[in-house]
Design a protein around this ligand. Sequence first.
Ligand code: ADP
Length: 266
Amino acid sequence: VRVTLTPIRSRDKGVAGVIAVLHDVTEAEKLEQSRREFVANVSHELRTPLTTIKSYAEALDDGAKEEPELAGRFVGVIRSETERMIRLVSDLLHLSRFDSRRAQLRREMTDLSEMLEEVVDRFSFQLRQKDIMATIDVAPNLNTVWLDRDGIDQVLDNLVSNAIKYTLEGGTILISAAGNGAGQLVIAVRDTGIGIPKKDLERIFDRFYRVDKARSRNMGGTGLGLSIAREIVRAHGGTISLDSEVGIGSVVTVTLPIVQEGSEPA
Ligand code: ADP
């Protein structure tokens, strides 16, 4: 809060009183602060791969390209760093699309079981690679729901991708969908992964927040997956939360209002 004081003078007695105006600048300042942090984070996240690419390109120029094996490895690094930047930029585009509730949802009638099966299919290669078993459980009375398929697909991709990234070989993932009796659809993605310490849980949906920066980077993470998921879920009028136990696993729960076809919630 900022305070401005204006003295009230009376003709004969000097200062007769004071007008105090309290300005609530906290919200505006907080917003500006988080905008500054965001720009700093984005710049840093982009500069890191760019610096790597530059130095590997220089090394190739300085003679590494004469050694085929070395050159191959360096080109590999350049490619994977480029891919990371592409992922980052496309994540940023997703964020800006769903930012600040301006998002235009494109809802369509969606078969829940089909949607969840297709998510698992998209990750079948990674699942097989880590020998992780993924199971789907859809409540029998749930068939179709009216939602932005692209948006919810993005949410599920982010959650399943995290579940795989942060689960050790041989683990399991359970994706479930059910009504909660209050007109809401609850989708949960549960894993038997490394878990998240309690102290980090509060900030886990913040942009660029990671429990273990090095691990996330090695896994190709951008630190934006959960914040994008949250924006999309909020645009649907829903909520998202994460519960976790270190060494036991995590569960992300997405709660969405069940909307009748054609009627959008206010
Ligand atoms: P990232 O691209 O780093 O995975 P996210 O926004 O998707 O970014 O997740 C933020 C952080 O939350 C991750 O870096 C990781 O530390 C933690 N995290 C997310 N999902 C899980 C999970 N299923 N199990 C353990 N940790 C997770």
